[in-house]
Design a binder for this molecule. Structure first.
Ligand code: SF4
Length: 486
């Protein structure tokens, strides 16, 4: 079965169902993100990983506390360097700014470096709608653009594709002879992309981080496409969320280290492109114009609502790679630009195109692996629980769920009810299990959702309290003393 894309606009349950029933998807995900996860553990273990996490966390906390000042400092420095800064309240604003620039410079072709923020604002649709050709130049992103799919992972956009799937796409779209040789496929992509770079009028990238004290936009890549995008076309535009700032050059290298080690397990990415302004008279290359679009799109609102911690994310993907839910269903099943644990937190709050984003905080086992893997120590399980609480308050759970929770609350407040409930549960579940070899294999709706794929174990015949009382009784009869007596 090919790793066909999940329909992002399908209902939540349908997306999950389709993902769970795609065996190839699980195999390829476990291989790809499993490898990335193991590399992260090794790379963080090669240095004092905990110290690195603490330092990055401290720096990002500083950024959030001083965000308005740092943004102003960054803007002043970009303009002093000869660049231009644009403020975009939302996706429509950002796309309008990009389209105006494209029109002003008679742009016919844009080359892009992989960027989640431009996915967030659906920039490609906006540009293509205006007749501008858009070419993604990160290899993974290029492949999924050829396949007509969105990325399924923050760092590895084609993480859901097997080499056979990629070969099929390239044969069809690049007229490449059949092969599974990765080197041959890379060469074909490189040759095609080289032509696009040389004929593009505008380069667009996201931004891994931007340095406030110098007005510098930094993009980390492993293929060098970032620097082609930033230096070959006449105009270069970087789109960045307002939270992407770091105060100083030292902080930039601190974040680069955490990013490289946590995402791909490298000590440092192969390329780091730093752009501080347009080409100067003595420069041999570089864009004639340099623009930065600073995007809010719900970020200020996140800060105001107390979810600022999620804005410290450096988009390394470590939480996706370790998450048992992501590893089962992949990124498309989340139905949003951002997937995995961090996607489940930010998708309901950012103004991103997402299908049923209020369901995403429940797409987690709350095991805490994401928090332990995160290089910024973001407490993702707490944020997910907060969001669940918020949606409960908004009345998102069904009537039945609310009644069940009310009943559970009453039971937990009364010892008598609690003990009686436990007894009845134990009797009933053991009776049901006795007909099915010791496990409950079928339950009526809504519990059937559980027994469809798992068995339900019967409750213990005796509660812990009863077992404890019996134990104390036995002790007393052996020693003749009350437990605890000298
Ligand atoms: S939440 Fe943490 S682990 Fe997840 S992508 Fe962001 S920085 Fe990486």
């Amino acid at each position: 079965m090919p790793t066909a894309p999940i329909n992002l606009h399908a209902p939540y349950k349908e997306r999950i169902h389709d993902a769970l029933h795609n065996k190839n998807l699980k195999t390829v995900l476990n291989r790809t993100v499993g490898r990335m996860s193991a590399s992260r553990v090794a790379a963080m273990g090669a240095v004092d990983g905990e110290q690195l996490r603490r330092q990055v966390r401290q720096m990002k906390e500083y950024v959030l506390r001083n965000l308005p000042d740092l943004l102003e400092q960054f803007e002043a420095n970009v303009e002093e360097n000869g660049g231009h800064v644009h403020w975009a309240q939302d996706a429509a604003d950002a796309n309008r700014i990009l389209l105006d620039l494209a029109r002003r410079h008679a742009v016919q072709k844009v080359v892009k470096s992989k960027s989640m923020v431009t996915e967030e604002i659906c920039l490609n649709d906006a540009l293509e709608g205006a007749g501008v050709k858009v070419v993604e130049t990160d290899l993974g992103e290029y492949i999924i653009q050829l396949a007509g799919e969105p990325p399924s992972h923050i760092v590895a956009p084609a993480a859901h594709k097997r080499i056979e799937d990629i070969a099929a796409v390239m044969q069809e779209k690049l007229d490449m002879p059949p092969t599974l040789d990765a080197e041959v496929m890379c060469s074909a992509a490189r040759a095609s992309l080289r032509r696009e770079f040389l004929s593009a009028d505008m380069g667009v990238s996201g931004c891994n981080f931007a340095i406030a004290e110098t007005g510098t936009v930094c993009i980390a890549t492993n293929e060098g496409n970032g620097r082609m995008v930033a230096s070959l076309p006449r105009v270069y535009v970087a789109v960045m969320g307002i939270e992407k700032l770091v105060p100083s050059v030292e902080d930039a290298f601190l974040q680069l280290q955490a990013l490289s080690r946590s995402s791909t397990g490298q000590q440092v990415t192969v390329y780091l492109s730093m752009t501080s302004g347009p080409r100067q008279p003595l420069d041999v290359d570089g864009p004639e114009e340099f623009h930065v679009v600073l995007l809010d799109n719900g970020r200020s609102e996140m800060l105001a609502r107390g979810y600022g911690e999620a804005l410290m994310c450096i988009r390394c993907g470590a939480c996706l790679n370790i998450c048992p839910v992501y590893r089962e269903i992949g990124g498309h099943a989340y139905g949003s630009t951002y997937s995995g644990p961090i996607g489940s937190v930010i998708s309901p709050m950012l103004a991103v195109e997402a299908s049923e984003p209020e369901k995403l905080p429940y797409a987690s086992s709350l095991c805490g692996a994401c928090r332990d893997a995160c290089p910024v120590m973001i407490d993702l399980p707490r944020l997910l629980l907060d969001l669940r609480h918020y949606y409960v308050q908004q009345g998102a759970p069904s009537w039945l769920e609310r009644q069940a929770m009310q009943g559970f609350l009453k039971m937990m407040q009364s010892r008598k009810l609690y003990e009686a409930g436990g007894k009845m549960g134990s009797l009933g579940s053991n009776l049901l299990a006795s007909f099915n070899g010791g496990a409950i294999t079928h339950m009526p709706p809504p519990f059937s959702a559980w027994t469809k794929t798992r068995h339900f174990p019967p409750l213990a015949r005796k509660s812990f309290r009863e077992l404890w009382a019996e134990r104390m009784e036995r002790r007393k009869s052996i020693s003749g003393r009350e437990p605890g007596e000298g």
